[in-house]
Design a binder for this molecule. Sequence first.
Ligand code: SF4
Length: 366
Amino acid sequence: MRIVDIQQRLQALGAKPVHQQRVLRHWVHALPHTQNKRQPEHWLPRAVRDDLPALDADLAALARLHSRHPAGDGSERLLLALADGQTVEAVLLQPGKVAGLCVSSQVGCAVGCQFCMTGVGGLLRQLGSAEIVAQVALARGLRPVHKVVFMGMGEPAHNLDNVMEAITLLGTVGQIGHKNLVFSTVGDPRAFAHLQALGKGDVRPALALSLHTSDAALRERLLPRAPRLSPAALVDQADAYARASGYPVQYQWTLLAGVNDGDDELAGIERLLAGRFGVLNLIPWNTVDGMPFQRPSWERAAAMARHLHRRGILTKLRHSAGQDVEGGCGQLRARAATGVVADGVVVAAPTSLRIKPAAETPAAAG
Ligand code: SF4
């Protein structure tokens, strides 16, 4: 379901734009329709009021809580069941300055990053814009959410229309500051073009770019179906958007021991990022059984961060949220599909939690 479907349903019942906005605001903020002094009978057309219970039920069915997985760092992984029985993950981020939520944009992912569990299964389907916003609505019923990062399952650039619709709603009636909406990508020309074309009145999100290496050949191996743009070309495009939007780029770098944590990469990062408007996030990889990578020591990761800092590259060393619960993106979902979601608080078991065969990867992934 897309947000426009909700708007059209309300419009067909006689709701004016102001009514539509109010109903959407209640949904996105997880508020009851009766929370204002003015009760629905004082402001909503009769036909809309009569439909509200059914509409609320349909919106609640977009994403239901399947299980909760709180971590020691205060973050909490959520496994969410969609109306068709598929599942996606969302993460309530570690409490900090801004209460954040990481959302999924697709069921599965076509990029096929070699270190990512989500990439293993391929792309199953797109999420509709309403399913993306539903993750925020559900999370706001658990905790405040003032920041939304699109770093969960999926490549947002491969579902651009739905992601941008969701970003627009979250940045308006959802009352999330534009710099706190973070569009994450492996680097896709169509996404860069779209972001650059956003006008003054549009909701302009901040940008995160999954870089992972300064070596073009290695990047092709690690991200086999990402667009074939060199790291230098990616940084050029991301930097141009950062300067246009006023928000620094968050360069994401999943650290894999012996793969992209060497001194050659330190020199490559300096070449790429010196003088750029951005921050580098070094994130030691979460170990996944059966994957051919190792997590580097925290000492090595910290030494890399110190080295880069000394050379003027703003660098942060981060834990992947909730790593002590189930590890990285896609693992909860994979375990649910095999009936082995461990250690979590299971809230409700959906009727169908199976992984379909991977769909053919879209051309955009190449
Ligand atoms: S890391 Fe992100 S882009 Fe890569 S396969 Fe996983 S979900 Fe897709």
